[in-house]
Design a protein around this ligand. Structure first.
Ligand code: CAA
Length: 257
């Protein structure tokens, strides 16, 4: 598929996806979701890719769903528009490799929902965050009502969702919406360092820790712990990744994954 909106670059075993529609502050339209689904399916078929980074071109990460594309929809079309975005962002959570949001600027509405579909968020000091949908007479449609409270707790989630207040990177860090903040000039360099660190770890272990943590979060505690025990065990044994990692530690050498 030829991409009109996404710029997809490979650097060693890391894929960097840049949303490149800066004139509309990277607002998410139907074409974006087709292209993103295509990227996800391509990455799924490339076992050599170990980390995905998603960022935006210009002054926005993403300023939300494309309002011009939404305005004429009827109720059924609105729900369908919501389901398409929900599906794409859920597919990022289901992707086996880690997905990092590198938030360079505005992450509003559907943009914050995209960032929340990533495994964690690294932001520029200039980034701004918010769920402004109620200002448009709407609510979030890409599972923002579900993910925000899970990430930051009910009080901060409801405050952001009901007030439509835009917050800066310091507040986002304080409430746990983002994990690290860097100056804009070094954001991508620092995100690449984090991605390289993830790529240097046991590849099966990184995938399994994502799957067990994410699946366990939606499960009963004891069932989640049992899932952990099974996956923990799967990393042991002859020629396993765990055996290599532990032998390398004991021999004071680097593991050869
Ligand atoms: N959809 C479509 N176009 C958008 C857009 C969006 N979400 N956000 C910005 N744009 C467009 C503007 O219309 C403008 O286009 P023109 O140059 O053709 O007029 C261009 O991007 C630049 O935007 P501004 O001139 O407004 O830039 P600014 O720096 O003055 O303001 C901003 C920046 C505060 C982010 C402002 O653009 C803004 O408030 N954008 C809308 C944010 C928003 O409400 N997002 C939620 C969308 S609804 C949603 O996401 C629902 C969902 O969950 C599924």
């Amino acid at each position: 598929m030829e991409y009109e909106i996404l710029n997809v670059a490979f650097q060693d075993n890391i894929v960097i996806v840049t949303i490149n529609r800066p004139k509309a502050l990277n607002a998410l339209n139907a074409r974006f979701f087709q292209e993103m689904d295509d990227v996800v399916s391509n990455v799924t078929n490339k076992p050599e890719i170990k980390v995905m980074i998603i960022t935006g071109e210009g002054k926005a990460f993403v300023a939300g769903a494309d309002i011009a594309e939404m305005v004429d929809k009827n109720s059924a079309e609105g729900s369908e528009f919501s389901r398409i975005g929900q599906h794409t962002f859920r597919s990022l959570e289901k992707l086996k490799i880690p997905v990092i949001a590198a938030i360079n600027g505005f992450a509003l509405g559907g943009g914050l929902e995209l960032a929340m579909g990533c495994d964690f968020r690294i932001a520029s000091t200039k980034a701004k965050f918010g769920q402004p949908e109620v200002s448009l007479g709407l609510i979030p449609g890409y599972a923002g009502t579900q993910r925000l409270s899970r990430l930051v707790g009910m009080g901060d989630a409801l405050f952001l969702l009901m007030s439509a207040e835009m917050i800066g990177a310091d507040d986002a860090l304080r409430i746990g919406l983002v994990q690290k903040v860097f100056e804009p000039e070094v954001l991508m360099e620092e995100v690449m360092k984090i991605a390289q660190t993830l790529a240097s770890k046991g590849p099966q272990a990184v995938k399994k820790v994502k799957a067990v943590t994410r699946q366990g979060y939606l499960m009963d505690f004891d069932k989640g712990s049992e899932l952990e025990a099974i996956q923990f065990g799967s990393l042991f044994g002859n020629e396993s990744e765990g055996e290599e990692g532990m032998m390398a530690f004991l021999a004071k050498r680097k593991p050869n994954w």
